[in-house]
Write a protein that binds this ligand. Structure first.
Ligand SMILES: [Zn+2]
Length: 156
């Protein structure tokens, strides 16, 4: 498993403080963005990030029984939102360090599952959402390398 730079994983209080300061600075831009429409976004964890998330916060396993189930739930949720007439849908991709920083900025634990949709909304408000659905011939949002039509868009 590759070791990468992790601001919050370093357990260095100065680095954590710097990350929180950076997030607070972003908050101004975020609040401005909130006044503009941004997509209703569903949170997507890539496989390696989900592994790391569940290793660090096992209680979140109830939300994510497996990576394949997680991906299927994302697609199903978006189709349901679309069918119910919700416009402007998107997917945001989570990373464990940014999720931990978000939890710290909210003064709560990353283990709290109610934080997950708030994190998704925050990423969307920061302009991080990728519009859903992709074109059928475009790459699937899950990064499988297959086209959307041959992957999660099959049967859409
Ligand atoms: Zn896919």
């Amino acid at each position: 498993m590759c070791k990468r730079e992790r601001t919050l994983g370093s357990e260095n209080p100065a680095e954590l403080q710097a990350e929180i300061t950076r997030l607070r600075a972003e908050l101004g831009a975020y609040r401005q963005a909130l006044s503009r429409p941004f997509p209703v976004a569903i949170l997507h964890w890539p496989a390696d990030e989900l592994d790391e998330l569940l290793a660090s916060y096992p209680s979140l396993s109830a939300e994510y029984p497996s990576h394949a189930a997680h991906l299927a739930t994302i697609e199903a949720s978006l189709r349901e939102l679309s069918a119910s007439g919700t416009p402007n849908l998107g997917i945001v991709t989570g990373t464990v360090p940014s999720y931990e920083a978000f939890a710290a900025s909210e003064a709560t634990s990353p283990s709290d599952p109610t934080l997950l949709p708030q994190y998704a909304t925050t990423l969307a408000a920061r302009g991080r959402a990728v519009a859903w659905p992709p074109e059928r011939a475009a790459q699937c949002w899950c990064a499988s390398g297959k086209t959307y039509g041959a992957c999660h868009g099959a049967g859409a």
